[in-house]
Design a protein around this ligand. Structure first.
Ligand code: PNW
Length: 512
């Protein structure tokens, strides 16, 4: 006890005088935490919040909106969703968007990342029919944002493909790239004078891997085949949209276009060469797959993907690789087709060489050949996959910097799920620790322009339904007007957004 009193006195002096350096010190014997110093982001750094159409809008069949693959999938297979729920009503942001913008104003964010629903704007999936109610909705939302000086950052595709296009093969149909270009052109034409930043795709890794070989919509069961067809067409579509944008809109609008890719940090499980190689292979499979064709000097798929998938396909007696090949022309127009890299980061895995040899069954995971685990003592959250490992964020950013020649990065998602309730101290700690790690990466020279917290509100968390809550604001799903209430983290995040500084933790905390 005496020693803890001593530490307390020391800290009082220490913490007050320490303004520029950060200290993290935990004395496990006395259970005393010495808090960290106030740390600031550059003045021009931007803060935002994010949502996505299917997860928040609701109004799934209102005013001319047609069915998306997530509407179809959740209606047809309710049992596959953890709480048997769907996004039919979600947060009802279609009707409550003015309230949502007010919440953003309360926090003080400089931008709002949201996605537009393809089926709300183009009910046939094609640009032959434009739904005026859809255009009106997004126009009103964007105008409301501008009214409060909040910049829109618009994602064109956050997983809710028109069912009509799914029936034509979805992302496995090469023509989808043309349909996506038509959709994007319609967006630039309609909203281009009001939107200065665009994201073509959100997390192609997730929707190609989970949608065609996992549990997500549309429920494809063809891992290692359709997975790569999807990725291939997404990359072609992205490149084609960017070149069309350059030719037809860039000069007139002065806008920028990027793509959001997700990367969980892959830490080698041991210091062995095998595990270090496994970790790099995993990074290339989950991130390089999309980043290398766009952000590397040479373009095209990562070497290790090409080698492994070609070789395993051959062993499986396929006459050609399951990983499609780009033409020279495609490599060229995809290369450099982004003004910024959107990075979604949540957690960290330990990577080691998988002991399972690929069998005759095509599989993305077997192609990758890496076993991914997490340390049991990493702090848990309400999502099984999401452990709190802030140092992984800094490593992720440094790896991106070193691998892709220090691209302009915008953090387009980072966040954590907590239990229902407003006292979300875990989210406060998550934000605090991940932002400190981000700042450390920026001091390492990483070129990061902004940070987006996922999410403004609790929302439909895909296959986990409403059971996992990522919101700075809690949503009461039992109330008719889906009441939004600020959590502790909303106040905490607001402080950071307004001051551009992470406050010092003045309170000393003793473990009980
Ligand atoms: C993102 N991982 O998905 C999505 O873009 C959001 O729509 C979603 O609500 C959010 O994260 C929270 O889950 C991810 O396993 C899903 O590392 C899984 C991972 C990362 C992102």
């Amino acid at each position: 006890m005496a020693s803890s009193k001593m530490a307390l006195k020391l800290c009082l002096i220490f913490c007050i005088i320490s303004t520029s350096t950060s200290y993290s010190y935990e004395d496990t014997q006395t259970s005393l935490f010495i808090a960290q110093a106030r740390q600031c982001f550059p003045k021009h750094f931007l803060f935002g919040v994010a949502t996505a159409s299917y997860q928040t809008e609701g109004a799934w069949n209102t005013s001319g909106k047609s069915e998306s693959i997530w509407d179809r999938y959740t209606h047809k297979f309710p049992d596959r969703v953890f709480d048997h729920n769907n996004g039919d009503t979600a947060d009802d942001s279609y009707h409550l968007f003015r309230k949502d913008v007010k919440l953003m104003k309360d926090i003080g964010v400089q931008f709002y990342r949201f996605s537009v629903s393809w089926t709300r704007l183009l009910p046939s999936g094609f640009s032959n029919i434009v739904n005026p109610a859809g255009v009106r909705f997004y126009t009103e939302l964007i105008d409301e944002l501008h009214k409060f000086d909040i910049q829109p950052l618009v994602t064109m595709y956050h997983w809710d493909l028109p069912q009509t296009l799914q029936e034509l093969g979805g992302w496995t149909n090469p023509l989808i790239a043309d349909y996506f270009v038509d959709y994007a052109r319609m967006l630039f034409k309609t909203f281009g004078h009001k939107v200065k930043s665009w994201i073509t795709f959100n997390e192609p890794l997730t929707f190609c891997r989970e949608g065609y070989g996992g549990d997500d919509a549309p429920g494809g069961r063809s891992s290692g085949l359709e997975t790569y067809m999807c990725g291939h067409n997404v990359l072609r579509a992205h490149g084609m949209v960017y070149r069309m944008f350059e030719k037809e809109f860039k000069n007139n609008t002065g806008a920028t276009v990027g793509i959001s890719l997700d990367l969980a940090w892959m830490e080698p499980a041991t210091t062995s060469v095998e595990d270090r190689n496994a970790a790099e292979t995993a990074r290339q499979f989950v991130f390089g797959w999309f980043a290398n064709p766009i952000f590397s000097k040479k373009g095209d798929y990562p070497k290790v993907m090409r080698q492994r998938i070609d070789e395993i396909s051959h062993r499986q007696h396929f006459p050609r690789s399951r990983l499609p090949k780009f033409t020279k022309e495609e490599i060229e127009f995809i290369k450099g087709s982004a003004d910024f890299l959107g990075l979604n980061h949540y957690t960290t895995y330990l990577a080691s060489k998988s002991s399972v040899r690929p069998n005759m069954e095509p599989s993305f995971d077997a192609d990758m050949g890496v076993a991914l685990t997490q340390k049991p003592d990493w702090p848990k959250t309400n999502s099984t996959w999401l452990k709190v490992v802030p140092w992984g964020f800094r490593k992720t950013l440094n790896w991106v910097k070193n691998t892709f020649d220090n691209p302009i990065v915008v953090i387009t998602e980072n966040g954590v799920s907590t239990e229902p309730g407003l006292r979300d101290t875990k989210r406060v700690k998550y934000i605090d620790s991940y932002l400190r790690s981000l700042l450390a990466a920026m001091k390492d020279g990483c070129n990061v322009l902004g940070y987006t917290h996922w999410s403004l509100l609790d929302n439909f968390e895909w296959m986990r339904g409403y059971s996992e809550r990522f919101g700075l604001y809690e949503v009461d799903y039992t109330s008719p007007n889906k009441t939004r209430s600020p959590r502790l983290s909303a106040t905490f995040y607001s402080k950071i957004v307004r001051s551009k500084c992470i406050p010092a933790q003045k309170k000393l905390i003793f473990k009980p």
